[in-house]
Design a protein around this ligand. Sequence first.
Ligand code: SF4
Length: 282
Amino acid sequence: MAKYIAAKETSSLDSKIERSHKILQNCHFCERRCGANRLKHEVGYCGVDAVSHYASEFLHYGEEPELVPSHTIFFTGCTFSCVYCQNWDIAHRIAPEEPLLPEKMAELIAMRKYQGARNVNFVGGDPTPHLHAILQIMNKCNVNTPMIWNSNMYCSKEAMELLSGVIDVYLADFRYGADECAQKYSNVKNYWHIVTRNILAAYGDAELIIRHLVLPGHIECCTKPIVEWIAEYMPEVRFNLMFQYTPHYKANQYPELNSRLGYEERRRALEIVQSAGVKNLV
Ligand code: SF4
């Protein structure tokens, strides 16, 4: 890990918290920039107002080997609307949830560290709508532990500035190589420009692990451009090529996504990675 955050000592945290609350009045934590006044209890596209909730927190052993056990906090709501979402009940706030109190979460972080957690892993849904709450949690933390931003990376520039200096590891989900695919399956605009911009910023800011969930039928339009971009801009980056896609949620309405990956698709994805020269694979 590049730098372990002594969160309480980070003098800029108070200023970051103040800036995050200004953003909440006209929310632009993510590049949807939907402008909800969350401080007036308006709910944004992500389904979240000013009060953050989480569905669960536990020691997670299924993340990348260097991260486990990882104290993973599943925030509710999401800035994306993926038709195949495996956590759709969390993303759409159907699962049971609890309001997040920063002091209480800081205590849980200390307890999980005592139980062996190697880090704190902010995920969801997506953590982006909860940035203000996450900064408050950091401010209350009395333990020195690496902070992981586990996200779809559709954050706004302003959110990326708030994250800079307080995040140790970006666990970046890089899903689509074509904006049409992002629009069709996640209802997201301008995906490629925004996500590559943020991944480049993350690369210069902290440790970075890129995850790419290979989607059936999307090897040439998505996997290939993503891998080639990584090979061009950050060939040494830690890269997790993920083959575990399983149809969930509304995937049965999209025949091309209503199956698991076939052998030939897995072989082709690996061939693309090898010929591009991306070697630091998880
Ligand atoms: S984080 Fe939520 S409320 Fe804020 S801009 Fe994005 S969708 Fe809108």
